[in-house]
Design a protein around this ligand. Structure first.
Ligand code: GAP
Length: 458
């Protein structure tokens, strides 16, 4: 990890996210709810693309991992057995003067950072949200909103092995909401009370766990690089033994240089056989594995890569953000990887005149089934390019009056601002190829490199 300074201040990200419809405060018209966020039209596309990319690499492209989706509410015994009821606690202190509350381990000194007042003794605060099932609200009906998705995989281990006839190593992956009543939230969507996780429990033969642990640390780090995060903004941080979670033998965080500084993006833990053994004891149902080849029964060890969707989204947003000189001005660009970009292409007619609009609308209709696309005919073309750059759209397709004659359109690339002119009939295939990484200047039949300045000079 280097001593770099973050590349973008958080307020710029928060303001862009809100202005362009990525993320809004939850229930904003009522003053918001701390630690909860709503995703707008672009935010939800980005979020879905991140989840899809994770699912693709963790489930679809592998034959040793299967996906599941388990309920958010689980039998309360799950949390007693897993240790979360007893140990998912943070030290809470309160200022005796202004009554603000803090996590004791987040504080530098022993006075209130806000008013300098005296703090109470720390008391342990369980971060699980409680609710109740059924019409009677008594202690017998108490359940918890899950603080991690992982337990859904452990309690289903036997169901998955029996129903899929898979052999170890075997991963079980899940994406879904988790809830933690964090004492302090903040840094935008970095730490919230309601958030989404993508977790995978990789069950392995004991003795092979260290090898698989190293494998997953590298694989998960590389996933972020493949999706465009700059290597120098990523780090690895091993937890010291005394700071390990109650279930872990080792844990390495993939860290990211967030606007507030280096912080955990994803955690990869060696959970040993802790969870399966605990649930075997707690439920009375043996959760072990019979190895056909060696004819032995054993309890598998588990390697767990666990990442937050919202936290990843924040990292992808920050890393994509750039302010670049463009003629006499500065353009704001989100250099998203095409796989993540919320909008893949924008159709921009040069005029709102009827004949051009209807042609441009047909072009738009032709690609909509295949890509998330936008149609924009308001204001100057320069402003429309800026708007698309600012939301990270990789390609802008401009339809002009010449298009009515030659049935060709120009395609402008977000990062280089270079342009090509190609037949409308080739548009879908060309965009597909470019989004998959083909150089802009590889031309389809009937295409040419386009120089708008030359055109203007006539
Ligand atoms: N099953 C293990 C587990 O939940 P964790 O380190 O507590 O481990 C995994 O959480 C990931 O979930 C974190 O690396 C982070 O990306 C995300 N995460 C955890 N708490 C979060 C919160 N309050 N808000 C947003 N994301 C959170």
């Amino acid at each position: 990890m280097s001593e770099q300074t973050p590349t973008v201040p958080m307020d710029k990200i928060v303001s862009l996210a809100r202005r362009r419809g990525f993320v809004f405060p939850s229930s904003e018209i009522y003053g918001g709810l701390s630690g909860c966020w709503d995703y707008g039209p672009l935010g939800i596309e980005l979020k879905r693309n991140i989840k899809q990319a994770w699912w693709q690499s963790m489930v679809r492209e592998r034959d040793d991992i299967v996906g599941i989706e388990t309920s958010i509410l689980m039998h309360p015994q799950v949390w007693r057995t897993s240790g979360h009821l007893e140990r998912m606690v943070d030290p809470l202190v309160e200022c005796k003067n202004c009554h603000l509350r803090y996590r004791a381990d987040d504080l530098q000194g022993d006075r209130c950072p806000s008013c300098g007042g005296e703090l109470t003794e720390a008391r342990m605060f369980n971060v699980m949200f409680k609710t109740s099932v059924g019409p009677v609200d008594d202690s017998a009906s108490v359940v918890y909103l899950r603080p991690e998705t992982a337990q859904g995989m452990f309690v289903n281990f036997d169901n998955i092995v029996q129903s899929t006839h898979r052999k170890l190593p075997l991963g079980i992956a899940q994406q879904g909401k988790s809830f933690r009543n964090e004492i302090t939230t903040g840094n935008f969507i970095f730490r919230s009370r309601e958030f989404e996780q993508m977790e995978m429990e990789f069950f392995v033969k004991p003795g092979t766990d260290e090898k698989w642990f190293e494998y997953w640390v590298q694989a998960r780090h590389d996933w972020f690089v493949k999706l465009g995060i700059k290597r120098e903004h990523l780090g690895l941080n091993e937890h010291p033994k005394e700071k390990l979670a109650h279930y872990a033998k080792r844990c390495i965080d993939v860290t990211y240089l967030f606007p507030q500084g280096w912080a955990e993006l994803e955690g990869i833990a060696n959970r040993t056989d802790y969870d399966l053994k605990q649930h075997s004891q707690g439920s009375g149902k043996t959760l072990d594995y019979y190895d056909d080849e060696t004819k032995e029964h054993y309890t598998p060890y588990v390697i767990e890569p666990a990442v937050g969707v919202d936290r990843s989204l924040l990292a992808f947003l920050c890393d994509a953000y750039a302010e670049e000189p463009d003629k006499d001005e500065t353009r704001v660009v989100l250099h998203f990887h095409p796989v993540l970009a919320p909008v893949k292409a924008a159709i921009l007619p040069l005029s709102k005149k009827e004949n051009l609009s209807s042609f441009a609308r047909d072009v738009y209709a032709g690609i909509r089934p295949y890509f998330m696309a936008q149609y924009d005919d308001t204001q100057s073309i320069g402003r429309r390019y800026r708007r698309q750059d600012e939301i990270g759209t990789p390609y802008c397709v401009t339809v002009d009056f010449q298009s009515l004659e030659d049935k060709r359109v120009t395609v402008r690339e977000r990062d280089t601002m270079n342009q090509i002119r190609i037949p409308v009939a080739e548009l879908r295939r060309t965009l597909e190829a470019k989004l998959a990484g083909e150089d802009l200047y590889v031309l389809p039949p009937g295409g040419e490199i386009w120089n708008p300045e030359r055109e203007k000079k006539g």
